[in-house]
Design a protein. Sequence first.
Length: 243
Amino acid sequence: MEIPRAARLLTVALACVSASAIALPAATAAPAPHPVPTAGPGAFSAAPYTADPAPAVRGRVVDAAQKALTAHADAAHRADGDAFTVRNLVVDRDGSAAVRFDRTYKGLPTYGGDVVVHLKKDGTYQSLATGSATSGAVSTQPRLAAAEAVKASKGAFKGHIDSVSASHLAVQMAGTDATLVWETVVSGTRPDQTPSRLHVLVDARTGKVVRTNDEVSTFAAEGAANAGTSKVGGGGPAPPPGA
């Protein structure tokens, strides 16, 4: 899901400008010396927003967002059985804010069902964005046994398998479709010898692999393509598929 303000929750870009000396003809006057740049945190201006507001501000923003989510349930494709918890938020200097909610359906994780509520600077509702165009209301009774989902998950892994987690039910929301799935995490080593923790979502009715997502990102090192090597990038767990 591409949500402009949500992207601002993840990274604050800092720009550092360096001046280069320009040689002047000998006939001209010597240039004035450049000021010495300030070092340390004070060298950068304060960000125009925060993801860690004061408790009173956070409480006020979350309360307003929860009320907006209730008032605009249709826009969020909210269904009976849905519950929402705050994942993170950002408050701008002018008081406007965005709050991101994770969704569960009848207690099951719901991937692709997260919602972002945008508030105006006075705390009133501005807009709402969600990752799908449907509700996550599906039957929570699987036709496929968990053991069969594990087999399908192993088949989706390319490389040496070290361990396989127990499978659990979840709901995958994508576009106008919602699907009950088994989620299994397969850990091991890829053929290029990099580690892998592959999340596999298997349709709990048909046994088809719906989606995979690896917690470990890899990229080919420059000049290493012919050598068949890679480097591990991205520390920490990645969100589950469709999150």
